[in-house]
Ligand binder design. Structure first.
Ligand SMILES: *Cc1c(COP(=O)(O)O)cnc(C)c1O
Length: 396
């Protein structure tokens, strides 16, 4: 008998009819490889490694792209938020209202600067801040220092209502647009509607760096220069420290890579939306629409192209854990964003929240499942995902 020359991995792949990863960044990299490597080489040759002209060009490109006045490149989405809160002087004794159903950083940064996160429940359809809940929180905390809506999964929060409430109370709105660069609301681009906002270029975001990077955007020129000083230890001029800032600088290498990718972002968003539309049709054809709750598109009628950019395609699924392990066995990658709402996290016990206090956030944490969605995902792969989900409920 001839010896089988397949590796174990190849044999396993062969046994399973198809592999559908949650995300495969190599497919995005391949067609851009020579351009990206050329830029990396140019940075290496210049040895201008931190901030500098490439960063400035990228800041301008992002500001133009999202419709913001000013942009300040930083070391991560998390650092963007810490920097922003520090530059606003938000600290001990201050309250910042935000969502309990988001990535940890949104509230973690508030606590890190010494301020107190105030959670309000989410809207069950969009998973974004509930406007009635926000209204109640503002009545309880009229002196709150900021409202931080999160444009979760690439869909903008209800900014019209949020900005109106904020204006009534004189509280600035700072947008966590980490997952939403390019997302559009009838009032404007994600990140550029409030006083300030931020983006993450973590590799799994729609515009991903080759490591960590982020950006703050804001309306006011003077505040932008303050952000730039805070990004560099509050230094202005050199070795004279007007404020206590930090090192939140972005690498030139990251800016150079991101600059190559940015012109492709709209095309990638279109690819993500097309795949979302495909899922919708295929779930309907499979008779699964009554079983699953699909993502909503609240701004679809606004005429804005990028009304949802699907950083994630998140469904609510009965028997989520069993479905998830069925899909895993079938070679389909999924993820739970997020399994434990922030008000129930161990590190936030000191805030005194109880289980049951934010029922929609808690229910979302139990029911939601993110399916593979990325521009290179193929039609057979998507069909396979839908078939596997249909097979699970047929047998369940
Ligand atoms: C990714 C993310 C962040 C943090 O960004 P990093 O670049 O990973 O630090 C903050 N908020 C939300 C909603 C995110 O998804």
């Amino acid at each position: 008998m001839p010896k089988c020359r397949w590796t174990l991995r190849q044999r396993l792949t062969h046994l399973s009819p198809m592999q559908v990863p949650l995300l495969d960044l190599r497919l995005q990299y391949q067609p851009l490889k020579s351009q990206i490597l050329a830029e990396i080489e140019a940075v290496a040759d210049s040895q201008g490694l931190i901030l500098g002209p490439r960063v400035e060009a990228f800041e301008k490109a992002v500001a133009d792209y999202c419709g913001a006045e000013h942009a300040v490149g930083v070391s991560s989405g998390t650092d963007a938020q810490v920097l922003l809160l520090m530059a606003l002087g938000i600290g001990p004794g201050d309250h910042v209202i935000t969502s309990p159903y988001t990535f940890f950083a949104t509230a973690g940064c508030v606590a890190r600067v010494g301020a107190t996160p105030v959670f309000v429940d989410i809207d069950p359809a969009t998973y974004n801040l509930s406007v009635p809940a926000l209204k109640a929180a503002l009545e309880k905390y009229p002196a709150a220092k900021a409202i931080v809506p999160v444009h979760l999964f690439g869909c903008c929060a209800d900014m019209e209502a949020i900005l109106k409430l904020a204006a009534q109370h004189g509280v600035p709105v700072l947008e966590d647009a980490a997952q939403a660069l390019g997302a559009e609301h009838p009032l404007g681009g994600a990140g550029a509607m409030g006083e300030a906002g931020w983006f993450s270029f973590y590799p799994t975001k729609n515009l991903g760096a080759f490591g960590d990077a982020g950006m703050v955007v804001c309306k006011d020129a003077e505040f932008a220069s303050r952000l730039k000083a805070f990004r560099n230890h509050g230094m202005e001029p050199r070795y004279y420290h007007r404020w206590i800032g930090g090192n939140f600088r972005i690498d030139a290498l990251q800016a150079a890579v991101l600059q190559v990718k940015l012109p492709h972002l709209d095309g990638w968003s279109a690819g993500r939306r097309a795949r979302a539309a495909f899922y919708r049709e295929a779930f309907a054809a499979a008779g699964l629409v009554g079983k699953l709750t699909l993502p909503v598109e609240p701004w679809a009628d606004s005429g804005r192209v990028n009304h949802h950019i699907y950083n994630q395609f998140v469904i609510r699924a009965p028997q989520r854990e069993a479905l998830r392990s069925h899909l895993q066995k079938a070679g389909v990658g999924t993820e739970v964003y997020y399994p434990l709402p922030l008000h129930l996290q161990e590190c936030f016990q000191y805030l005194g929240y109880q289980k049951g206090q934010f029922p929609e956030a808690e229910r979302a944490a139990l029911e939601t499942l993110a399916l593979p969605i990325f521009p290179e995902l193929t039609e057979p792969q998507q069909r396979y995902v839908v078939d596997q989900i249909a097979a699970f409920y047929a047998g369940a």
